[in-house]
Design a protein around this ligand. Structure first.
Ligand SMILES: [Zn+2]
Length: 178
């Protein structure tokens, strides 16, 4: 999966619990009572960069597949994910609208050059803007774009995992052939 996010940010967006678990499994001491920011510094000092990167990659893969499952459900709803009618294989503009108990969550999502090396994707949510995640709202737009034949999943140049691609193929492409 693509990841140009700095290691410090990749660690700091994980939960404190998962960082503590990493300390446990790596026999790192002196972490109890540390705040998250201090905990991240402590890990960067105590553990090899490669081990930390592998750990982040594994956590990110879990995030990706869990959220892709949600995104597939959302993408099937015309109310939740709306693609601008002039969206095509070079640009997609979309709106994500989800009703919550206390109101609506609304985000604008944009994909540019999604089948080339110049791909750029964005969402207005905090997960994307502050944590650098390819968030579930973008995933829902990706699934909807593929379902609407804007481009093929094989041609998508953005973040993907083998497991998530299987999920999309099983849930979205199958419906198209019915
Ligand atoms: Zn988002």
């Amino acid at each position: 999966m693509l990841s140009d996010v700095p290691l410090e940010l990749r660690l700091s967006r994980l939960t404190v619990q998962s960082l503590r678990n990493l300390c446990d499994t790596q026999n790192v001491e002196g972490y109890s009572g540390l705040l998250k920011e201090e905990l991240v510094e402590h890990l960067l000092d105590a553990i090899d960069e490669e081990v930390l990167m592998d750990f982040c990659a594994a956590q990110e893969e879990i995030y990706f597949v869990e959220n892709m499952a949600k995104a597939i459900k959302w993408s099937a709803s015309r109310k939740i994910v709306q693609l601008a009618p002039d969206s095509d294989d070079s640009i997609v503009n979309a709106t994500f609208t989800l009703r919550r108990s206390d109101g609506y969550e609304v985000y604008n999502i944009r994909f540019v050059n999604q089948t080339t090396e110049d791909i750029a994707t964005s969402c207005e949510c905090l997960e994307c803007r502050e944590k650098g995640y390819f968030c579930p709202h973008q995933m829902a737009v990706l699934v909807k774009s593929v379902a609407n034949n804007l481009f093929a999943i094989e041609d998508w140049a953005g973040p993907m995992t083998a497991e998530a691609e299987d999920l999309i193929n099983a849930n979205v492409l199958r419906k198209r052939w019915r």
